[in-house]
Every structure is written in C-alpha cells, then in structure tokens.
Design a protein around this ligand. Structure first.
Ligand SMILES: [Zn+2]
Length: 387
C-alpha cells in the first residue's frame, strides 16, 4: 500500500514487462536460475495422448497455440468463418481472448504462468479443442478444463516438440463459441495463474476465485448485481457452510466477489493496455466489455500469500515443493491456512465496519465434508480442473 492507503500496481521487472507485452515467452530470459534449481522444477513430461495427436490443425497468435480439427470425433461443432480468413472463428476468438486477458492480468501485476517456477520448463500456453465425450467421458458436460502439467507431444509434428501448459475447450458442446467470447477463456486461464502461484487446490478457492476473475473482460454491472452484496461470513459456522463445505464451489463466487467489492475503493482502476481496447471478435463484438475489474490488487495479494504459504506447508509436512500428491493438494486440513492468508490480505486494507471486523475475527477451523457433500466436481488424478 502507498502512503495514502491506495494499493499501487505492482512494480514490474523488465523481464515481466517483456512477458506483459504478449510476446513469445522464453524460459532462458528469466535470470539467475542455477542448474540445481532448474532440476527441482517439475519436469516436462512426454505424452502420446492419441486425442491430442488427432488435432492436425494449428493457429498461432502472440505465442499462443491453438490445436483443432474439422474432421473426425474431435471436429469443431461450428466452422463459422465470418471474416473468411480460413480460420474457424471459434479458434481465433479463443486465441484473441486469451491473449487479451493474459496481457491485462500481467499488466495488473499477476505473474504470467510461464514466469512461475512451477512452469519453468513450459514454453507456451496451448488451447486444445477436444470433444469431451470422446476425450474424457466422465466430464462430458464440461465446457473447459485447465491442466497443471507441463507436457510435450513428440508424436505431433505441428507441436514442434515444445513443452507447454494447456487448457482444453469442448469442441462439440453447442454454445461453446459464445462461451469462448464470454467467461470461459478468462476462467480457464486464471486457473493456470492459480496453479503457477500455489499447489493448494481447494475447490472453494480455485473455482470461486476463477469465477471472480471472469469479470476481467465482462461487463460487471449488466449481470447479477447481488453477486457483490452478499455479506462475508460472520462466524466459523457460516464460513464452513458457505465457503469450505459449500457443495457447489462455483457458488463460492459470492464470497470472492464480496471481498472484491469491499476492496475496490482502495484500489487503482485496472490497467488496460491501450492497444487492446479496440480489439474485436470475428463477429465484430468487443473483446473488452467495460473498464471495471474490482478487487484485483486484493486477489493478487492473496495469491502471493498462498505462494509463500504452500512453501511453509511443504516444509512442515516434509514434501518437495512441487511433489504434492493430488490428495494433499485438496486436503481440507489446509483450509484454515488458506483462509488466514485471505484474512491477512483483507486486514491490510484497513476497511472499517462490522462486516469486515466480524469476518477477520473468525478463527477458521479444519472442516471435513459430510458424506455426499462436495462431490459435484470429480477429482481426476493428474488432470487439470474443469468447469
Ligand atoms: Zn474452473
């Protein structure tokens, strides 16, 4: 915070500005990493996943690679090409939206996933258009997924054996082209940022906060104004019911949006690089719907807090920084730890009033899901996160 109590945008190191410019990321550009450290970062794994190898078409934009096909089981459900440039609009709209959101996230201080130690071996962010009915039958109704692994596919010529982190968009689910222009890309991309900051994977954190992040390019005031006005939990019991044990982790957006609403008065408006302001999707609609994205400095502070907190947890539990078992990442015993990071970040804003005072007074306790609860989201070992 600066002297007048307003949270200043994060100071960017030169190499961060390089990434913020949206140019192709380059692992070698990150300074002062010893050979030993490089070995400690998660390795780039080799995959022969047949589904991905079937995506034989590629579109590239500012270092983002999109893989898709117009034939076979993974074919796009729509090949509309309004601007007649030979690239399906859904494909180029996805890349344009991702690049736009990524540049906004970065310019507002968030660390690009490719700059995070966890993804040090990744060279690009990829989007794979896959038919989820075929690719992963247990999640057929999902629109998108994001993955925390660094993977290369030597069997694919068009992937040039590059190590990448990725998201998948359901190529067969009708309406997904509209969703790509709407919340879907910001949501999945934000998961990659979350993975870059922390190993914690509680769904109330991952999904609730990603729901908040969707507002980066959406028009906040046009939808559900009540999303911002549900008061924070005032007791440990409310915290358990509405946050930790909420059977629908997406519904925890009320909690995250409320935090953002409370913080907004003490934050600078979001930074939108001028060159992005007039970007349009292939159908002519604007990529950025408004200039409001409340609470971003608070969320950044929370992610940075979690970045430090997972190191402490790893040390206490004697696990390697990036070698957390899937169950450990989702372990509900970490919940109080995560919430204390949120409380500390909010406390630093010095917001007056009973709502904040009561929330900060809660001593979060570990919570175990009751039978049948918190099961909406299937846990898929080694996979990413779906919405
Ligand atoms: Zn999600």
């Amino acid at each position: 915070m600066s002297a007048n109590g307003v949270v200043a945008p994060a100071i960017q190191l030169p190499w961060k500005q390089f990434f913020a410019g949206g140019t192709i990321a380059c692992a070698a550009c990150v300074p002062s990493v010893s050979a030993q450290e490089l070995k400690d970062f998660p390795a780039c794994r080799t995959s022969k996943n047949q589904h991905r190898l079937e995506l034989e078409q590629k579109y590239e934009f500012n270092g983002i690679r999109v893989f898709y096909t117009q034939t076979g089981p993974h074919a796009l459900y729509t090949v509309a090409d309004l601007n007649r440039n030979g690239v399906p609009d859904m494909v180029e709209d996805a890349a344009l939206h991702l690049d736009t959101v990524r540049q906004i996230f970065n310019r507002n201080g968030f660390r690009d996933p490719l700059d995070s130690p966890r993804f040090r071996h990744a060279e690009s962010i990829d989007i794979d258009f896959l038919n989820f009915d075929v690719y992963s039958p247990e999640i057929t109704d999902k629109r998108g997924l994001s993955f925390s692994g660094v993977i290369r596919y030597p069997g694919s010529r068009i992937r040039a054996d590059k190590c990448a982190i990725s998201m998948a968009i359901n190529s067969s689910l009708k309406g997904n082209h509209e969703r790509v222009k709407d919340y879907l890309i910001p949501h999945e991309l934000f998961h990659l940022y979350q993975y870059g900051y922390t190993m914690f994977r509680a769904s109330w954190f991952l999904e609730g906060m990603a729901k908040w992040a969707e507002w980066v390019t959406l028009a906040e005031n046009d939808r559900n104004p009540t999303l911002w006005s549900t008061p924070l939990p005032a007791s440990a019991q409310e915290l358990n019911e509405r946050v930790f044990l909420n059977p629908n982790p997406y519904d925890v957006r009320h909690f995250w949006n409320r935090l953002a609403e409370l913080a907004k008065k003490k934050e600078f408006p979001m930074i939108v690089p001028p060159e992005l302001r007039n970007r349009r999707f292939a159908d002519g609609t604007p990529v950025i719907r408004d200039n409001i994205w409340r609470g971003r400095a608070l969320m950044l502070k929370i992610l940075e807090g979690l970045d430090a907190e997972d190191d402490a947890a790893a040390q206490e539990n004697k696990i390697q920084p990036y070698a957390w078992a899937n169950e450990e990442q989702r372990n509900t015993a970490h919940n109080p730890r995560l919430m204390k990071v949120v409380q500390r970040a909010l406390a630093s804003y010095g917001i007056a009033g009973a709502e904040v005072r009561q929330f900060l007074a809660i001593d979060p306790v570990p919570s175990t899901p009751r039978e049948g609860e918190n099961r909406l989201i299937p846990s898929i070992p080694g996979r990413g996160h779906e919405r």
